[in-house]
Ligand binder design. Structure first.
Ligand code: SF4
Length: 415
């Protein structure tokens, strides 16, 4: 969290329901009966109502003013329109959603029921992120998606007709069966769709996903043998950067590209370490410690940040027995996050700002790491800002690791 106090909040709501499970996915999402949807929304609304009391008890600030909302999943568009309307009505009753706030809902192509685009617009949703992953039908089907290219294009038309033009499309480089030719096909289709924002991820197969298990143990059901090599995936990612930048979708973060002014304000919030409240299963919050009243007036301790995550399974969450794990982040930990979150953005890390926030005793050793990584051509430091190089973006996890000290853990205390 930045040293400057931020009095506007972002809200993330997790909706862990999917119609089918993608082969590469290991998120806490699953295929559950529609009856659970209503109970889940009710539980989220209860958590939302309890959030101010929880924040007071934890000693953190929970601004009422909200400037970004993000419904992610899972597949939030699977909720019935009346449940979405109920959720947004509760949100607006509890928080002051700023005029012009960015309100995003993740949707899966082919899983937008007939009135859904209109229902989203009526609820005030002004941005939709569409999980396309591939415009090539065989690749989409093989990875468990339930759409083809025509359906994606139809859904984009429907969303635009409903008045939602701030659209993102996700693509994955490295799907089973993908080749340079089919990747080009997907990039061509993405650019032809004229969306103002795209996210491009390099496939990272988790060993607990169905695809990951097949890669480890063998088999052909999920076409694990056809997953491109790491080198091929890296080249696909590089081609995407070239094509999208050339077409005016400018890369502003490792995986994100947009037309000017269409960056995801909610996701920027994470990388800029601004406060957010997460509601629902597996959702995380990062909130600043409340200002402390002292004899000489109100004083805040801006270094204190609380991280909270609701863990457990859906059954536990619905029963109200899911555990909210909380930890205060030590200043050292926040400093590390400032590096590995800030470096994700193409604008990089401003060293003077970081020194003001954390002091030179903490920043100086990190600058030695920067020098070392600059010698390896992974970072570039122009005297003001530190940024990843193109090679650094490909090896970003390795770079971030260099800023992490294993002995620095989350602390259970306030400074
Ligand atoms: S839609 Fe998303 S959350 Fe659901 S299974 Fe596929 S990748 Fe996972």
């Amino acid at each position: 969290m930045t040293g400057n106090r931020d009095h506007a909040l972002g809200i993330y709501i997790s909706i862990p329901f999917c119609r089918s499970k993608c082969t590469y996915c290991n998120f806490a999402s699953g295929v559950y009966p529609a009856a659970d949807h209503e109970r889940y929304v009710q539980r989220v609304i209860e958590d939302m109502a309890n959030a101010p009391a929880w924040a007071r008890a934890m000693g953190v600030e929970l601004p009422r003013r909200v400037d970004t909302v993000y419904l992610g999943g899972g597949t939030p568009s699977l909720l019935a329109p009346e449940l979405l309307a109920r959720l947004f009505a509760a949100l607006r009753a509890q928080f002051d959603i700023k005029a012009g706030a960015e309100i995003t809902v993740e949707c899966a192509p082919g899983q937008l029921a007939d009135p859904m685009p209109e229902a989203l617009a009526a609820a005030g949703v002004n941005r939709v992120s569409l999980g396309v992953q591939s415009f090539v039908d065989a690749e989409a089907h093989a990875s468990g998606r339930l759409h083809d290219r025509n359906i994606v294009e139809r859904d984009l038309r429907r969303l635009r007709a409903a008045g939602i033009s701030n659209l993102n499309a996700d693509l994955i480089a490295g799907l089973a069966g993908q080749t340079f030719a089919t990747w080009k096909e997907s990039l061509d289709a993405l650019l032809a769709s004229d969306v103002p924002h795209a996210s491009v991820y390099m496939l990272e197969v988790d060993e607990d996903s169905r695809l990951g298990r097949e890669m480890l143990k063998g088999g052909s059901r999920y076409r694990a043998g056809l997953v491109p090599s790491d080198d091929a995936i890296a080249q696909m990612y590089e081609r995407a950067i070239e094509r999208l930048n050339a077409a005016g979708l400018v890369q502003y973060e490792i995986s994100n590209f947009s037309r000017p002014g269409r960056e995801s304000r909610h996701n920027l919030r994470y990388w800029q370490r601004r406060p957010y409240l997460g509601l629902g299963l597996d959702a995380s919050s990062a909130l600043q410690a409340a200002a402390l009243a002292t004899s000489d007036g109100e004083r805040s301790n801006p270094g204190d940040v609380l991280r909270a995550t609701t863990t457990g399974d859906l059954k536990a969450y619905l029963a109200g027995t899911a555990i909210a794990e909380t930890a205060w982040l030590s200043p050292e930990r926040q400093h590390e996050e400032a590096w590995f979150l800030g470096l994700r953005m193409n604008s990089g890390v401003n060293v003077a700002d970081l020194t003001r926030e954390f002091g030179s005793a903490m920043v100086e050793p990190a600058l030695e790491t920067v020098t070392r990584l600059a010698e390896d051509c992974l970072l570039i430091f122009d005297g003001e800002r530190v940024r990843l190089t193109a090679q650094g973006r490909l090896l970003s996890n390795q770079v971030f690791q260099e800023f992490l000290k294993p002995e620095i853990a989350l602390t259970g205390r306030r400074a």
